[in-house]
Design a protein. Sequence first.
Lengths: 156, 103, 270
Amino acid sequence: MINLERRKALKTGSGLGMLAILSAMGLIQPGVSLANYEKNAFDAKSMSETLEALGVHALEDNSSIRLTVPEIAENGAVVPITVSSLIEHTEQIFVLVEKNPNVLAASFTFPEGTESFVTTRVKMRETSLVIALIKAKGKFYRTAKEVKVTAGGCGG
Amino acid sequence: MGNPMRIRAAVQDGITEVKILMQHEMETGLRKDAEGTLVPAWNITELKAVHNGKTVLEGHFGTAVSKNPYLVFRFKGGVSGDKITVSWIDNKGDTRSDEVAIS
Amino acid sequence: MNTHIIKSLFFVLLFSIYGSVVQAASDATDEIAKYREMISDGNPADFDEMRGENLWKKPSGPKKVSMQKCDLGKGSGIVKGAYAELPKFFPDTDRVQDLESRLVSCMTTLQGIPEKEITTKPFGGDNYKPDIESYVAYVVGQSKGVKMNVSLNHPKEKEAYEIGKRIFFYRAGPYDFACATCHTQDKIRIRMQDLPNFNKAKDSQAAYVSWPAYRVSQGLFRSFQWRLNDCFRQQRFPEPQYVSELTIDLAMFMARNANDAIYAGPGLKR
């Protein structure tokens, strides 16, 4: 089963007309399809700069956002994060790490029919708040949790 | 061309769950190598998942996404055997696209 | 009277601090267990398995032969379930071999690759991925879900086990350390890492079946020989030679003690 999938994954990469697919998807020119405001947001350093770049002017805490993070991450290189939003018409989820050199880690856009749910993994430089920022109908909502990052040991 | 992804997609009760594991260094641009020189940032910047010609997820990554990025998302619809294509592009212009059938 | 009350208070205080420290430690352990559970899916070692599987079938070395005829103990070309029975005695080489030493044998005899070329730099690093490491990932992945079944029937297997046990308990080096110094007690930790107690079957099994593994902090797949090598380094022992008899015997001791557990590698470690 696993092997079959693997072989498939290996074959398709070279087998598909990659350029055609990518250009059809608008993925062929790096950075071009990335909206400018968002590019600036990824380059921004502080929280206020990042929110500014994203066009966030008003922000409310919302309990309809579920943010699942470990209380303690054994390794800051891999911090698992799951965000799901029950806010209607959630269009985007942004993952922010307050004390990282660049606050914005990732953003996801959900077309109609895709659940406003995502799991990913981010790097954290130190113990910090992790913030899930939701954009729904042009408005922004947030929820935050602290993740403690241990330096990790030797052995294991 | 980038290295192959590992994609698993399974449908249950009308919801398709897609799990993607990508192979990428995701260099932050802040790390120094053994000689003390800064290793330049190298990261996937954009990702797209397409089901039956329709985009089901778009993602943008900064350098803080972990090495070998992992992603799980869910969408409504999709039946066993349908194809899902996932593509990414990084800041050096390197790309990768892989396809998997929903199980 | 007063001093008595103060003394009592002091002890009450002392015990409550002790209690909360113990509580905090066990909470942290629980939280780390949760963290590990959260990252257990999506193991990047999958990519090393993929790479290993492709390499396995590719003719290479001076003889331009693939590894597909390699006998890992279950017969020429059989990979499935082979790792769960290693180390074992091999009549053709007349010695006990672990997976990595057996792979070296196959690479030298089948493919004609000089042994030194394989054993000089057998562990991966930045931008360096030795083929043998990817073979390891592929082969161990083919034993996932298989019950550990390491035999001591051959006298040389029994001997390897006994020597391995001696090595485990052997104190030496500038710190007068043995593996056993840290690994024969409960609830011993290095920083946040709980250390397995190898006097207990359950710990021995859990530790063995989760290696080789992808090491998150290094972003690399690590083999069992690497794991042992690093243990020696941490004990300030001289680092053992790759696939030396000492490492094979120690691996035999550990593998046999994991018998009856279900092999679950490649693992994912902090």
